[in-house]
Design a protein around this ligand. Sequence first.
Ligand code: MG
Length: 398
Amino acid sequence: MSKLRHKTILLVAAAGRGTRFHQTGMPKQYIWLKGRPLLCHCLDRLLANPAIDGAMVVIGKKDKKFYHKAIELCHYKNKILPAVLGGNDRQASVYCGLKALKKYQPKKVLIHDAARPYVDKNLLARIIKKLSHKSAIIPTMPLNGALKQVVGQGILASLTRQHHHIAETPQGFSYEKILTAHQQQQGRGLDDDAAVWQLTYPHDPAITIMGDVANIKITTPADIKLIENTMSKTISTLGVDMHRFENKNSKNAKMMLAGVPIYTKKNIIAHSDGDVIFHALTDALLGGIGMGDIGSYFPPSDAKWRGVASKIFVKYAMEMMKKNHARLLHIDITLLLESPKITPYRKKIIANLSKLLGLPPTSIGFKATTSEKMGAIGRGEGVMAMVQSTIDLPNEMG
Ligand code: MG
């Protein structure tokens, strides 16, 4: 990492403990949302911009475990520099981060709050562009409502909202100048870096640009709900597969279901190992990312797939999901089979799927039913699996 030319570095303030957020004693930046900690969403959203060369996160000393777990799940973890421990308040923490960045010799720094996970791509691009010829860029939003000075529950004064804006992050600065500013303003407990800048350079005011209303700072549990649907979309897909049994009974006949051998009277006819659950699952996953079906990638006409363990098809689909930043949240399997009874194998099947997909067993539904002797399945001619998957896809809008 240190060999890279770090021109523009993102510094994320994530050392706060979030006193208004009481959930399992975990600071809000590590709370899980859509299958990943909030910090992951925040970092990935910003690091997707190629103009940002790297990121450093300022963390609380009690949060090391949460942090490492979060970073493991980031799509852009190769752009993340070693974390630094923060100080007693936000201002002190950002100063710790700025000092730690010195060895990477950044030209520009974007200072951001981890509690703002959904930064608009265009807003980010505008900040970076403006920062190429200015020293301090602050996104702000004008106030929409009437501005009141409130003490207790009473209104003390009605103020003019003209000239009053709310500051957002990321705030962009020339690195050396903001480092100097922080050095000079230590111990003031200031809310944001624009305030640090303003006190240090009163004759060189920071430039404001229009912020984004969706760039909310998660402060209370209600904010989580507000942002959840903006960040990504959850879709549901279906995969179906059937295989036929041979006509004659065979000694030691078996079929594979989710990688588990099931002892049957007849063998399955298939090019691969004929695992209907894995085949239907592969199709469900490929469907989620618009990649066609299993046959397009592993055609039965190709001799190299003869007799292979179908696990490799699922692994391939999971790889493709990862590449497309899609996350599997849940699967629900329905198996149609006349005999044998699947109940004795149920636990093993779920355990296999849990390991392969990285899903907890509670996120794997598994049901088997007969078709009451009706139709081909009912006559015991074959087996059928339907797999419904729930997938989280990044929201590319904005
Ligand atoms: Mg098949």
